[in-house]
Design a protein. Sequence first.
Length: 488
Amino acid sequence: MLDNKHGLSLKDPSLLTGSAYFNGARYKGDKVFAVLNPATGEELAQVANMGVAELSAAIDAAHAAQKPWAARTGKDRGAVLRRWHDLILANVEDLAIILTAEMGKPLAEAKGEIAYGAAYIEWFAEEAKRVYGDTIPGHMPDKRIIVLKQPVGVVGAITPWNFPNAMLARKIAPALAAGCTMVARPSELTPLSALALGVLAERAGIPAGVLNIVPGLDAAGMGAELCANPKVAKISFTGSTRVGKILMRQGAETIKKLSLELGGNAPFIVFDDADIDAAVEGAMVAKFRNNGQTCVCANRIYVQSGVYDAFAEKLAARVAAMSVGNGLTDPVQVGPLINTAALAKVEDHIADAVANGATVATGGARHELGGTFFHPTVLTGMKPEMKISREETFGPVAPIYRFETEEEAIALANASEFGLAGYFYARDLSRVWRVAEALETGMVGVNTGLISTEVAPFGGVKQSGLGREGSHYGLDDYLEIKYMCLSV
Ligand SMILES: NC(=O)c1ccc[n+]([C@@H]2O[C@H](COP(=O)([O-])OP(=O)(O)OC[C@H]3O[C@@H](n4cnc5c(N)ncnc54)[C@H](O)[C@@H]3O)[C@@H](O)[C@H]2O)c1
Ligand SMILES: O=C[C@H](O)CS(=O)(=O)O
């Protein structure tokens, strides 16, 4: 698809914009940065390099817009969100092309992400009408107790590059449904998807100042401003645990509310009573979705001794058959890694494992396409002391560890400071309950490798984050509880 704007074949070229959007207006300025296509290295667009001054202006706009936005009924806010949802789905082809071009995931996965992000908007368009309070029997005859739920106020959002549409939609939707306003700073690697969402938000009738999207290279400075500015009530962050800790420290000064969706290191356990073919299919999804660049990806695969060889052989065969290429031009399963740093981490994890006795069952090397393309890889003979056991690979490497007993598998799975997702395959019902309850994760997939949905509470424990996104729980993170004591 190489015609019209920036070499992309878009039905609506106005969706590809490099201008920041805040206070209902677009800003480009003379300071810009380039966004590159990771599959080709070509420049896609030049994007406004906004800084702390522009971010502060956007925060002022969000603050001024918040009370009028909250004063509208939940039903009215929901109707605006619904219009935005409908516009996103009506433009799914263009949004997916922009997403694949800047992030690299195959077009089919990009379309899936757009639909997934829109599902959060649809969900919270409905939830906007259900911000319920309580009445509590008074503690004295002349007292009446009412519990109100009110929006927290201005929300600062910072999002990652791996799901540049859905990770932002999953924050904007509950925030605006609750009556909050938002200033969002997308990843400098993939700002175009966020800016396209802004174009459609304006068309949907989201008022000026309610949603503000401010790209910029100064991630640390802009994050510090969001954390320090007293007009910002809450930080909603999705990204690495490393940055999450920085934001927690910076937000402490003004007691910022926090939603943190951080790093993972998901265990994927296959017991000897599992359906092995189903487990292989589950591992393919849990490991290789988005080329392994997903927070809930299986990072460690533990297989019980009796089925180890059969599982490893089947998985290696499926992985070896995966097609690799430019997700924009070819119907491939695996695109490029986002950048050379990601490629270096994948190679480092493989080299460390092999140096400590692991075997490459398939893959293990850069792809002939060059750039950041890499052969999907399966490693066997893995040991807990290897780097890949304790670090999030965030790439297409499936390390398979052998275990003997259920107790050993649970101990191995829980030996991590992370606790986002975990998966296991087993058919014994008592085992299913024992293992699901024992895993120290926020989410557990049982006989499935795909758990992400807007109807369920997404989030982690330990150092994988705070709070939940999606489901009816997801609105709570954007609401304050107020208790009213009425003398009658
Ligand atoms: N739990 C989840 O829902 C979830 C979802 C997607 C990604 N992630 C995690 O995100 C990571 C991959 O994404 P990434 O590479 O974009 O993460 P990252 O933490 O490097 O960057 C995330 C965002 O923070 C910004 N940032 C970087 N340094 C900052 C600072 N000092 N202050 C403020 N902002 C700063 C980045 O520019 C980016 O916009 C992985 O660890 C992955 O597990 C988690
Ligand atoms: O990278 C993790 C995101 O949360 C993606 S998903 O929600 O699992 O699809």
